[in-house]
Design a protein around this ligand. Structure first.
Ligand SMILES: Cc1cc2nc3c(=O)[nH]c(=O)nc-3n(C[C@H](O)[C@H](O)[C@H](O)COP(=O)(O)O)c2cc1C
Length: 468
């Protein structure tokens, strides 16, 4: 549809260089300041000035030791190690801004849902309802081993665990405390009405959580749900649960197929196609003119690290690309890491070489890189939106905060001038800003079914009795 609104998210991580390995050495890069709260607050203010939907903070528990069988190159190039906890950035960013959404990544594979539910509710309280949760199932063996597991569970099993994990969270967020449970009635000296706080009685295959949620309901109850599943089970999970979906499609045809597939699956799951916003991972290098942008891009490329890029590609795919020569071709192989990543680079008609893969991934990860003047890049983004049905772009940086500042100062005004980019935020919580309706999940979302937890428990007990 021509003139369709374009949305931006900033893609970042509580580490150095995020998805542009080696660019930490660029004289203008400031990502090494990731340990300073002021650095995050300044960046968040810039993004809010550019009416970004949110800052989305990726995370991995574990390190990238697939490339050449060791962690050496990851450490040397600061490829997502050192990496700090993402959730602790929520409160300081919220204090520096009024509207920006704050998407936090956390895995369903490494932390018990009961303690995580309280941490997430706390953040939703502190941000007055601006929290999103990026649900990931993880792909690094090193993470699994360091939390005491014998190894990473099989890809499909991880999604099965994730389904039960979110069920526990929905029960806690939606069902445990009724609206109106907190009275704060000074006259009667009743803070909470105990009859309105319910045990969730969860007994599943992977988790047992009999009792109450520890937090009172936060502004959104369940924070906005982000997800990036791209394999068969991953897309099914996204279509069922996600409100915002991230994808990393390097080519338009791949993106078009992904968008229509996920929307069709959402409709089949009883949701509407508009219940889901889809953002494609993209890097934009913008300057006053095409020539200046190209010069900046070439300057950045001088700092990209071949080893650093293959550290990521190997970690994401589970394939050690260090064992091949740069001219060797990427082959389709079985993997237990990110299955869809291998599918992406073997689906193209012309097979990719290892060197091409490293060069492609050297700046901004797997997504496309668009270089040019504001007019050129705006034309490309509009074309992608119109031809694929994607809602927006999850913008990675080459050099930060420069990439984001250039986007906000040059590209956003051009898109606004064309009437295809928001000029102000909607009021309310993140969910209200994104979808223009209530703060809570809509009735069409599976979480809504847990609001009457006593009815859920009765159904589960009846189901168990029937099975015996
Ligand atoms: C833009 C984007 C961001 C992602 N961020 C993370 C992340 O922060 N942590 C993580 O463990 N996985 C992350 N992933 C991986 C996804 O959670 C997912 O595993 C991947 O898209 C492949 O899908 P699959 O699990 O269905 O194979 C991200 C994926 C994309 C496309």
């Amino acid at each position: 549809m021509p003139g369709q609104t374009i949305r931006f998210n900033a893609f970042d991580m509580n580490c150095v260089g995020h998805q542009s390995p080696g660019l930490w050495a660029h004289p203008r890069d400031r990502s090494w300041r990731y340990k300073d709260l002021e650095y995050w607050q300044d960046l968040a203010r810039t993004l809010e000035r550019g009416i970004f939907d949110g800052i989305f903070i990726a995370d991995v528990v574990g390190y990238y030791d697939v490339y050449k069988g060791s962690n050496w190159h990851a450490l040397e190039q600061a490829a997502q190690i050192p990496v700090n906890d993402p959730l602790q950035l929520a409160a300081p960013i919220a204090l520096a801004t009024d509207h920006l959404g704050i998407g936090i990544t956390a895995s369903t594979s490494f932390e018990h849902p009961y303690t995580f539910a309280r941490r997430l509710s706390t953040a939703d309280h502190h941000t007055k309802g601006r929290i999103g949760w990026n649900i990931v199932t993880s792909y690094l063996e090193s993470g699994a081993r360091n939390v005491g597991q014998s190894g990473l569970q099989r890809h499909d099993n991880r999604y099965e665990v994730a389904s039960e994990y979110v069920e526990v969270l929905y029960k806690l967020f939606e069902g445990s405390w009724e609206d109106g449970a907190v009275l704060r009635d000074r006259d009667r000296r009743i803070f909470t009405d105990p009859s309105k706080v319910h045990e969730i009685g969860h007994r599943g295959r992977h988790f047992t959580v009999p009792g109450y949620h520890l937090s009172e309901p936060s502004p959104q109850r369940t924070p906005v749900l982000y997800q990036a599943g791209a394999s068969g089970p991953g897309k099914a999970f996204a279509a069922t649960h996600a409100e915002c979906v991230f994808v990393a499609a390097p080519l338009k045809a791949m993106l078009r197929a992904y968008v229509s597939d996920v929307r069709a699956k959402a409709v089949a799951a009883g949701r509407s196609a508009e219940d889901i916003l889809i953002y494609n991972l993209t890097t934009v290098i913008v300057a006053e003119t095409d020539e200046a942008a190209q010069r900046t891009f070439e300057d950045y490329q001088n700092y990209a690290s071949y080893d650093g890029a293959l550290v990521f590609m190997s970690g994401w795919s589970g394939i050690d690309f260090g064992q091949y020569a740069p001219t060797d071709l990427v082959k389709k192989v079985e993997t237990n890491a990110i299955v869809s990543m291998v599918e992406t680079f073997t689906a193209d008609e012309k097979p990719w070489s290892i060197a091409e893969l490293a060069r492609w991934g050297g700046i901004g990860g797997i997504g496309p890189v668009f270089v040019g003047s504001p007019t050129t890049v705006a034309d490309i983004l509009q074309e992608w939106v119109e031809e694929t049905g994607v809602d927006g772009f999850n913008l990675a940086y080459a050099v930060t905060p420069e990439t984001f500042e250039d986007t906000v100062n040059l590209l956003v005004p051009e898109l606004q001038r064309r009437g295809v980019y928001p000029k102000a935020y909607r009021p309310g919580t993140l969910r209200e800003k994104l979808f223009g309706r209530g703060a809570y999940l809509p009735e069409s979302h599976p979480a809504h079914g847990y609001r009457d937890i006593e009815a859920v428990k009765a159904r589960e007990t009846a189901g168990l009795a029937a099975a015996e």
